[in-house]
Design a protein around this ligand. Sequence first.
Ligand SMILES: NC(=O)c1ccc[n+]([C@@H]2O[C@H](COP(=O)([O-])OP(=O)(O)OC[C@H]3O[C@@H](n4cnc5c(N)ncnc54)[C@H](O)[C@@H]3O)[C@@H](O)[C@H]2O)c1
Length: 356
Amino acid sequence: MSVALVTGSAGLIGSEAARHFAKLGLQVVGIDNDMRKYFFGEDGSTAWSLVRLTSELGDAYTHYDVDIRDREMLQKIFERYGSDISLVIHTAAQPSHDWAAKEPFTDFDVNAVGTVNMLEFTRQHCPEAAFIFTSTNKVYGDTPNRLPLVEQETRWEIDPSHPFADGITEEMSIDGSLHSIFGVSKVAADVAVQEYGRYFGMKTACFRGGTLTGPAHSAAELHGFLAYLMRCVMEGRTYNLYGYKGKMVRDAIHSHDVLTAFEAFFRAPRSGEVYNLGGGRFSNCSHIEAFAIAQEITGHEAQINYVEQARIGDHQWYISDMGRFSRHYPDWRMTYDVPAILREIYEANVGKWTHQ
Ligand SMILES: NC(=O)c1ccc[n+]([C@@H]2O[C@H](COP(=O)([O-])OP(=O)(O)OC[C@H]3O[C@@H](n4cnc5c(N)ncnc54)[C@H](O)[C@@H]3O)[C@@H](O)[C@H]2O)c1
């Protein structure tokens, strides 16, 4: 038996990971305590996603309503499956900048200590397993905001002569910048994942995500930008747009493309790797460009409340360079761009998110 252990298995990436690896014939063991509801309220709950997952996957999926901070319970799960675990995908996290500042202890315990819990139990019980960690581009703090940017009609863009014109590489320093409390807990986790690769020789990788998205996102104001933006346009809700004239640029990658990247790593794992993971030049948009696409898809006008003050540490322009991953895994391809992602979010939620 080959087991994929997925934390955050009811979340956007976790639930897609469970489906993806079940389809490949792995037995999937999921850990998720719906802490997202505690973070973001009812809108953010992933309970609906868990119901869907368990009914879709049946016997191929076993769920544990366990907190990744609870070492005693984690140990029992690892003891139960032991070296049958060939893959760990660790996505459970507190994922928001703004929320982290409300409860720094909780944020650090979940993101940093929770990750060390997962790493250490993997080392003790299934050291040969590939360990994939969903890190974030927020580990670079606000360093991307020091890039030379030029204002265009609908977006900020990098000076085309800059070495990062094709996207930001893993060479960018994670040091000496403003991270937000969330960024700090993710840096701690990211460095721990690298260290378990380097120090213990485990097959670990940090995937530093840009905007990871897809129809399985429980769109909430503080996390899940494209899905939440689409939800607001579909429901006629007001979207609070913070700073930079709404021209800040994000690269967005669909959960399907994230999972094919994870599969490539699983099939040929390496040690202590770090990869930027985003839509890159193929799939990116500014907020106001995203509104224009959402308006075209839905036929509704977006209700936008513009707030001059940008969010602390928010990136003004971020596009990932996926070159390193593509060099290591040359067969991997990205398939979704921003319009395709928004259309799919629309189609998946059209009966659920109705215009008021
Ligand atoms: N979505 C993005 O745009 C994005 C970008 C960069 C990085 N990431 C990272 O990718 C990962 C997955 O993101 P996502 O969008 O799928 O997140 P998500 O919030 O949709 O899913 C995370 C899941 O983890 C669960 N969880 C949280 N704390 C837990 C705990 N203590 N114990 C057990 N379960 C817990 C939540 O209930 C939720 O279902 C996160 O680590 C996030 O930081 C996401």
